[in-house]
Design a protein around this ligand. Sequence first.
Ligand code: GLN
Length: 308
Amino acid sequence: TPVPDYLAEVLDGVVADRSGRVADYIPDLADADPEVLGVAVTTVAGRTYAAGDADVEFSIQSISKPFAYAAALTDRGTEVVDATVGVEPSGEAFDELSLEGGTHRPKNPMINAGAIAVHHLLVGPDATGAARVERVVDFFSELAGRRLTVDESVYRSELDTADRNLAIAHMLRNYRVLSEPAAEVVDGYTRQCAVNVTVRDLAMMGATLANAGVHPVTGRRVLPAAVARRTMSVMAGSGMYDGAGDWLVRVGIPAKSGVAGGMLGALPGQLGLATVSPRLDAHGNSVRGVAICERLSRDMGMHLMEAE
Ligand code: GLN
């Protein structure tokens, strides 16, 4: 079967599953069309295959976290980043208010506490909020291979109801993890999460990670190989939050989910893959996205721990 037909068939296989719920803690996301369904795969050789709603935009949300982490590692180096945020799976929900005992570091950059701290590290110690936002939007755009923009409506809507992230940021500020007022950092982080993407964009971004930091189409080195390796490692351990262990066993691909319904996978040396379907399971991961990734992993032998 040609790849696009195969991908369309994979979508057909999950379309009947209407379980899960669209995220509604961000008012704007509650209005998302729950039937949107798309998939894209980009190989490290730069070929993209897609099916379904591959050109529908949605906000990147938490899928921004691994890429912001990669940018912060590139900007500030491993030592500074490690001093601020750990790499241990938290086994907790994405929005948990918790820090590592003793060090007061967020446990990893994939939960909100870690991602807010990482956003604050971007560019340099004296960077303005605007410079940090520009850094991530430029970086995401370079990875995607087209100009991406912030969805102002999603951004406003999330900021209006960002009490929990503000609480997390105040906690970080209390321990001097943040050197600026909590509200300023949450503002930038919320913009980072509101960048609009398609599954084609995400598959390309994932393929760049999988290709050790070299963009598969432009051939440009977008991030150091060591940063790509570390980012995929952290995705493997914590990308699916409190569902990460189960995910690693069943699918075996470093991945990241977002509350707008997107999912990103990166298989080192092979490909980037992305899905969109807004209904989420109890962990905040896309129900159909998880099912599609399971199927692709099985059919194409993509599990990392498989010998061949
Ligand atoms: N912007 C969202 C938040 O901070 C991202 C969460 C997610 O996608 N899991 O709550």
